[in-house]
Design a binder for this molecule. Structure first.
Ligand code: TXA
Ligand code: MG
Length: 314
């Protein structure tokens, strides 16, 4: 593929990005969580291009992005608990896994052959503008080579995928910095947390009056977020460190100092937004030590990502 275009998120850049998607090209775009690597979700070949560009194992289903709830309802039925969550959190960092309508028109590769699809309405203005201009569903995983750190800036996207995708729509760093929360539903319609993210179990309980069920132990959801060493920088990662050991760079948090800090004031939202950027910053370090982060609110999602970054590599 020729060189990857860097487009600005002005009306001209948005129009060019939408036209590229229509031509079956891959376009990375910002969302409030991370940059996504987008393709027309109705176009098998374009979707296949995502897997090729990422070098991603084929069994992982992709999230479908649409501009609004009406467009989502072309592909899934939004009723009951799902409708209440969509009402409360869309547009925003929430993905709902729902049965696919028979006439949904989504390429099977998007769902990896499952009868369900993960769908979300991102809030980021550039994502909104692109999806509105394009008008159709955009399949997008995070815009990084498979198994590597998720990108929260256009430079991260280009570091991993330059020359392998048509364009990146550059609109600065992402605000949330963690992938969306993924919620599925059991046979009785109860919400189940499939991946922790920017919207917490507490936020969901605030809307539904009960906490979502925890991720199923041994469940067979083939989510890369559930492959143990998915979020991996190159070096070894040691968690709950209070001081660096020989050869380690240190990422601090709150009172625990480091070469850099997720948040000196101990703010979990700031830490979430900084997490992948700091793992990128130290991507070439031999070993990284990370201060303890409390397992509350957004801390649960941060620790989930950190545990995966620290998991033994295969
Ligand atoms: O914030 C985000 O969610 C970002 C931005 C770009 O939207 N996207 C993202 O995509 O993180 P990705 O491909 O890295 O993760 C998608 C997750 C996977 O873990 C996948 O298994 C799960 O969504 N997923 C998608 N469809 C599913 C389905 N039908 N059933 C279960 N899990 C599903
Ligand atoms: Mg990913």
């Amino acid at each position: 593929m020729s060189k990857t275009l860097r487009l600005t998120a002005d009306p001209d850049g948005i129009a060019r990005a939408a036209a590229l998607l229509g031509d079956g090209a891959l376009v990375a775009f910002p969302t409030e969580t991370v940059y996504g690597l987008g393709a027309d979700a109705r176009n098998d070949q374009a979707v296949a291009g995502i897997f090729a560009a990422k070098g991603r194992p084929q069994f992982n289903p992709l999230i479908v992005h649409v501009a609004n709830r009406d467009l989502a309802e072309r592909h899934v039925a939004l009723t009951g608990t799902a409708a209440r969550l969509a009402e409360a959190f869309w547009p925003g960092p929430l993905t709902l896994v729902l049965p696919l309508r028979p006439d949904a028109g989504i390429a099977p590769l998007v769902t990896a052959g499952l009868g369900t699809v993960g769908i979300r309405v991102p809030a980021h203005p550039a994502a909104q503008a692109l999806l509105t201009k394009f008008g159709g569903p955009v399949a997008a995983p995070s815009a990084n080579p498979s198994g590597r750190i998720s990108p929260t800036a256009a430079d991260h996207v280009l570091a991993g995928l330059d020359g392998r995708i048509g364009a990146v729509l550059d609109d600065g760093p992402c605000g949330v910095g963690l992938e969306s929360t993924i919620v599925g539903f059991d046979e009785t319609g109860r919400a189940r947390l499939l991946r922790p993210g920017g919207i917490t179990a507490e936020d969901i309980a605030g809307v539904l009056g009960e906490r979502p069920l925890p991720p199923e132990a041994g469940g067979k959801i083939t989510s890369p977020g559930q492959l143990l060493s998915h979020y991996a920088p190159r070096g070894r990662v040691r968690l709950n460190a209070t001081a660096p050991e020989d050869g380690e760079v240190m990422i601090g948090f709150g009172p625990v100092p480091g070469d850099t800090s997720l948040s000196e004031s101990g703010d979990l939202a700031e830490a979430a937004a900084n997490l992948f950027r700091m793992l990128h910053l130290f991507d070439t370090a031999e070993a990284i030590a990370v201060a303890p982060v409390p397992e509350e609110g957004l801390g649960a999602a941060i620790n989930d990502r950190l545990r995966r970054a620290a998991a033994p590599r295969n």
